[in-house]
Ligand binder design. Structure first.
Ligand code: FEO
Ligand code: CA
Ligand code: CA
Ligand code: CA
Length: 587
C-alpha cells in the first residue's frame, strides 16, 4: 500500500556529500547507468554519433540535446516508452570554433533538430532497476520532435488573427516547439510539454509593441542569437510578427501515435511555461497547475469545464480545450513588518497564509477588463498583471503529493527581489537559493498555503527545513524540477546551485518525524543541472536527465569543463539509478 512507509518517509540511504567533481555520484549500494545520450541513433537510418561530423539530417534522427522533463509509459512489465524534452542547445559546446554571428547553415540546422523531444523504447533485464535503450528491432514508436515538426493549435485561440502568418493563414498549424523545459503526464497517457524561454529564438521584434517587451522578445539581433532566421525566415519578426505568438504554449503529445501532430493547447495560456501537472478533482474536473519561470512571474491553474470520464479517452482528450484559466494571489497572515526580507520566520512560526485563484478567461469569455478572451490567452502575462496576481521568485515545476493532495511549487530563486518587495510567499530578499511552497486547495477558488522549505546552507539562519534539525540535513539550493514517489516523499532536482557545489537530486519527507529531513541522493557532473526526475511507479528505478554537463563560462570543445559521460566531449544524457540488490529507491 502506498502509505506503508509514509510516516518516516522510508528513507535509509546515506546521503552523498556535496561535490564539485566531474562525476555522477550515488549513495552506497546504488548503481547508475546512462540510458540514452545526445546523438544516440533513435530513428531508422540514423548514423552513429560523430562529434566532428555532425549534420542536421543526422541530428533529426538522433537523440536531441539538453534533456529535461522525463516521463515513462509502460508497455508491459519490462518495456516502456521514455519521453524526454530537449530544452535548448549550447552550440559553443557542440561545435569546435563556434561563433554565433558566424554560424554555418548546417550548425543552425543541427541546433533546430536538436530541440524538441524524443520518444524512445527502453527495456530492462527482469528483476533489476536498470533500464536500457532498445537498439534493435522495429521500435515503431520511436520519434523525434524538432523545431520544424508540424503541429496543431486547438482551444479558444486556435485560428485567431494573432496566430496567423503568411505560411499559415488559418492560424492553426504551427511548426515545431522550442525550449521545452518541464512537463506533465495526463491521466489518459499523453505528455504535456512546456515551452519556456521561446523569446531567445527570434530577432527584430517590434520595439513599439508592449506585448513583445512583456515577453522579453529581442527587438534587434543579439550577438548570441542562434539565427534560426537565416535558415527559416519565420524567426525574423520584422517579416513575420505573429510567429512569436505561436510559441510559449503547453504542447500535448501522444507517445503511442508516432504520426499524430502534437497539439498546442491554447486554453492553457501563453507564457514561459513550466510544467503542467494534471490531476482529477473530487468533482471530476481536470486541474492543470503551471508556473511561469521568470523573476516576478506567476503561478497559474487551468480547470476543465467538463468532467473526466474514466476509460473514455476520446472525451478526456477534449478536456484541455475548454475551461477556466486562473492566476494565483498569495496573502500572508503575519504582520508586514515581520516580513523584512531577511528570511527570519515571523512570530507565528511560519511563512503561510491564504490565497485566491483569480479567473482570467473561461472558454471564449474574458474576465479581464479591456482584453478579449483570445488576447488573454495569447498575452497571458499582460492579463495577469491587471488582476493583482502575486509576483513570485521564478515558479518552476509544480507537483501534487499523491498521499496528501497538497500541491508543491518549486520557486528556484530571485536575486532581484528587494527587502521592500519581500512578502510572506517570497520572504527573502536577494533570494539566491529559492524555496518550496505548498498549496492546499480549499472551497471554490480559495486555498491555504505554507512554505515547508527555504533552501540554502543550513548554517544560514535564513533557511528553514520544516522545523527539522538543521545539523542533519544536506545543503540544497535552487529547487527546479520536482517529483513525488508513491510514499509522498518530495524529490527535488536543482539547477544553479549558489553554494558552490554541483547540482543534484534531493529527497524530503513531508510527514512524520522526518518531515523536513532533506538528504542528497545523487549529484551530477560539473556544469550540469538535474532534470527529470522520475521515481518509477514500482519504486525500483529513478531517472534523471543530466542537462548541460560542462556548461561553464569559457568552456569549448577544445577546452571542455566536463568529459562526462564518456571521457570525451560532454553529452547531455538520461541516467537511471537503482539499488544493487533491487531494493526500493531510498532504502
Ligand atoms: Fe528551463 Fe525554468 O528551467
Ligand atoms: Ca528545468
Ligand atoms: Ca505566518
Ligand atoms: Ca531551470
Amino acid at each position: 500500500p502506498a502509505t506503508t512507509h509514509a510516516r518516516g518517509g522510508g528513507l535509509r540511504f546515506t546521503p552523498v556529500p556535496p561535490q564539485t567533481g566531474d562525476v555522477f555520484t550515488v549513495p552506497g549500494g546504488y548503481d547508475s547507468a546512462v540510458v540514452v545520450r545526445w546523438g544516440d541513433p533513435v530513428l531508422p537510418g540514423a548514423p552513429a554519433f560523430d562529434f566532428d561530423n555532425q549534420s542536421g539530417d543526422a541530428q533529426a534522427k538522433q537523440f536531441g540535446y539538453n534533456c529535461d522533463y522525463v516521463t515513462l509509459f509502460p508497455m508491459g512489465r519490462d518495456r516502456a516508452l521514455l519521453w524526454v524534452n530537449h530544452e535548448y542547445t549550447n552550440e559553443a559546446l557542440m561545435f569546435r570554433g563556434y561563433s554565433a554571428p558566424a554560424a554555418t547553415e548546417e550548425q543552425i540546422k543541427i541546433g533546430m533538430a536538436a530541440h524538441g523531444g524524443s520518444v524512445v523504447e527502453i527495456e530492462r533485464a527482469r528483476g533489476t532497476g536498470r533500464w536500457k535503450l532498445v537498439t534493435t528491432g522495429r521500435r515503431r514508436y520511436n520519434r523525434r520532435i524538432t523545431a520544424q515538426t508540424p503541429m496543431r493549435f486547438t482551444g479558444p485561440a486556435a485560428g485567431h488573427d494573432l496566430l496567423k502568418t503568411a505560411a499559415d493563414p488559418e492560424g492553426r498549424n504551427p511548426l515545431g516547439m522550442l525550449n521545452n523545459c518541464a512537463g506533465g503526464t495526463t491521466p489518459w497517457g499523453t505528455v504535456l510539454t512546456a515551452e519556456e524561454n521561446f523569446d531567445q529564438y527570434f530577432v527584430n521584434g517590434d520595439r513599439a509593441d508592449p506585448n513583445v517587451a512583456r515577453y522579453a522578445i529581442p527587438t534587434n539581433v543579439p550577438s548570441n542569437n542562434r539565427r534560426f532566421d537565416r535558415v527559416d525566415e519565420r524567426f525574423d519578426l520584422a517579416k513575420h510578427p505573429n510567429e512569436a505568438n505561436r510559441f510559449g504554449w503547453i504542447v500535448e503529445i501522444d507517445p503511442f501515435d508516432p504520426d499524430g501532430a502534437p497539439i498546442k493547447r491554447t486554453a492553457l495560456g501563453r507564457f514561459k511555461h513550466e510544467a503542467a501537472t494534471t490531476s482529477v478533482r473530487r468533482d471530476g474536473r481536470l486541474e492543470a497547475y503551471m508556473g511561469d519561470d521568470s523573476r516576478f512571474e506567476y503561478v497559474y491553474k487551468f480547470v476543465s469545464k467538463e468532467r473526466y470520464r474514466h476509460g473514455d479517452d476520446r472525451h478526456n482528450r477534449t478536456l484541455l480545450d475548454e475551461g477556466t484559466l486562473y492566476v494565483a494571489r498569495f496573502t500572508g497572515d503575519s504582520p508586514k513588518e515581520e516580513i523584512d526580507g531577511s528570511g527570519r520566520l515571523p512570530e507565528d512560526g511560519g511563512f503561510d497564509g491564504s490565497g485566491e485563484w483569480i479567473p482570467l478567461v473561461s472558454g471564449n469569455t474574458s474576465h479581464v477588463p479591456g482584453m478579449t478572451a483570445e488576447q488573454v490567452l495569447v498575452f497571458t502575462r499582460v492579463a495577469a498583471d491587471k488582476v493583482g496576481a502575486t509576483k513570485m521568485d521564478r515558479p518552476e515545476d509544480v507537483e501534487r503529493n499523491p498521499v496528501t493532495g497538497g500541491v508543491f511549487v518549486a520557486l528556484t530563486n530571485n536575486s532581484n527581489r528587494t527587502p521592500a518587495q519581500a512578502d510572506e510567499a517570497n520572504p527573502r530578499a536577494a533570494n539566491k537559493s529559492g524555496h518550496i511552497l505548498e498549496i492546499v486547495e480549499g472551497r471554490g477558488t480559495a486555498f491555504a498555503w505554507s512554505i515547508p522549505l527555504v533552501c540554502g546552507d543550513p548554517n544560514d539562519p535564513a533557511t528553514y527545513f520544516a522545523g527539522f534539525d538543521k545539523t542533519k540535513v544536506s545543503p540544497i539550493s535552487c529547487p527546479d524540477n520536482v517529483a513525488f514517489d508513491r510514499d509522498g516523499n518530495l524529490w527535488i532536482g536543482t539547477d544553479g546551485n549558489s553554494l558552490g557545489h554541483n547540482d543534484g537530486l534531493f529527497v524530503m519527507p513531508l510527514r512524520g518525524r522526518e518531515r523536513g529531513y532533506v538528504r542528497q541522493f545523487l549529484s551530477v557532473p560539473v556544469g550540469a543541472e538535474t532534470c527529470g526526475p522520475l521515481v518509477t511507479e514500482d519504486q525500483r528505478s529513478v531517472f534523471v536527465a543530466v542537462q548541460h554537463p560542462g556548461e561553464v563560462d569559457g568552456a569549448t570543445p577544445d577546452n571542455p569543463a566536463s568529459r562526462w559521460p564518456d571521457g570525451d566531449q560532454p553529452r547531455p544524457s538520461v541516467v537511471v539509478v537503482w539499488h544493487g540488490q533491487g531494493k526500493k529507491i531510498g532504502s
